[in-house]
Design a protein around this ligand. Structure first.
Ligand code: NAP
Ligand code: ZN
Length: 348
């Protein structure tokens, strides 16, 4: 079936309207009429070919919510009319140890929602800046929030799970002091989730303009990380740091904020490496540097249910599809609080 989408033909080209094809649902497929799609910084990295291997045409978008409009005959978990979401994963091998453990995000054959291999035309997956998507039911999530929250739920499908998963893995909870670095789409979710898990949260931002705004998100303290004296006041005070920054930066000033045995987990994925860490910042206090990539399907459902239970959604600014190129420029300037969401119905 032909659907309207927004995407790019080259890394230097702006996004533009495209006509794409979606497959007819197979036995275990769910067809979704997309209502909203969040705009992740990974979309910019990928569509502009900042990471290796972008395939064109590239239709980004992996924070998808909408309503089921058709199901294959073998689908057991969903029916027409259900409110659902799709995140960063649309397929995986289903047989390896990672898939077995519900960690499809670490499967060597994970297929991304866009730019992943598929037998469907044009030979790679096309994402959520589009009117419809067809996905195997294993990778479809149930949305239990009120329908009126649907647009603000979309960013949970990537920004939510990418911050929830490491917070859970490193067992963040009451009594923990947690730093969240970079208060963008991911970072603002990190603050909300760490607070809901019971931690005390310190937000680190390069933007003076986010000082009050980050407090409003629930941060107990906000530090403008350019201010050396403010940073020094937090030396050796944090158990865990979630670093979401989308650009290379010096990690060492943040290691100095960790207690003995503290962990900093990187989720930001800049195209070029960070210039540090200095070894002595790690060995002198047995500190660790770690990484984490999105989350598996069962944990994504757990995160959505946790958010529905705690009344958590993203703070969003809604845009039309034809505003996407401006939105990218504003994201790069840090000028969004905190996630753009495309009303995909404006593609019609
Ligand atoms: P975003 O909304 O653009 O936020 C990134 C934040 O980083 C900015 O708001 C800014 O926060 C901070 N920053 C500081 N210096 C920056 C600079 N020179 N350029 C850009 N940002 C700078 O991005 P996002 O959607 O949250 O994504 C953040 C990163 O995570 C991206 O690299 C993305 O690709 C990656 N990502 C990784 C995963 C994963 O699975 N690990 C999943 C999704 C996204 P302040 O203004 O507060 O300083
Ligand atoms: Zn993302």
């Amino acid at each position: 079936m032909n659907v309207k989408a927004y995407g790019a033909h080259a890394g230097q080209a702006p996004l533009q309207p495209l006509d794409i094809t979606r497959r007819t649902p197979g036995a275990h497929d769910v067809q979704i009429d997309i209502a909203f799609c969040g705009v992740c910084h990974s979309d910019i990295h990928q569509v502009r070919s900042e990471w290796a291997g972008t395939l064109y045409p590239c239709v980004p978008g992996h924070e998808i919510v909408g309503r089921v409009s058709a199901v294959g005959p073998g689908v057991l978990g969903f029916q027409v009319g259900d409110l659902v979401g799709v995140g960063c994963i649309v397929d995986s091998c289903k047989t390896c140890a990672d898939c077995h453990d519900g960690l499809e995000n670490y499967c060597d054959h994970m297929v991304g929602t866009y730019n992943g291999p598929t037998p469907d035309a044009p030979g790679h997956t096309l994402g959520g800046y589009s009117q419809k998507i067809v996905v195997h039911e294993r990778y479809v999530l149930r949305v239990r929030h009120a329908e009126s929250d649907l647009a603000a739920v979309a960013p949970l499908l990537c920004a939510g799970i990418t911050t929830y998963s490491p917070l859970r893995h490193w067992k963040v909870g009451p009594g923990h002091q947690v730093g969240v670095v970079g208060i963008g789409g991911l970072g603002h979710m990190g603050i909300k989730l760490a607070k809901a898990m019971g931690a005390r949260v310190v937000a680190f931002t390069t933007s003076e303009s986010k000082r009050a705004a980050a407090r409003a998100l629930g941060a107990d303290e906000v530090v403008v990380s350019r201010h050396v004296d403010e940073m020094a006041a937090h030396a050796q005070s944090l158990d865990f740091i979630l670093n979401t920054v989308a650009a290379p930066h010096d990690l060492d000033p943040f290691f100095a904020l960790l207690k003995r045995d503290g962990v900093m987990t990187l989720v930001g994925a800049p195209a070029t490496p960070h210039p540090s860490p200095g070894v002595f910042n790690l060995i002198t206090k047995r500190r660790s540097l770690a990484g984490s990539m999105i989350g598996g399907i069962p944990e994504t459902q757990e995160m959505l249910d946790f958010c529905a239970q705690h009344g958590i959604v993203a703070d969003i600014e809604m845009i039309r599809a034809d505003q996407i190129n401006d939105a990218y420029e504003r994201m790069i300037r840090g000028d969004v609080k905190y996630r753009f969401v495309i009303d995909t119905r404006t593609l019609a």
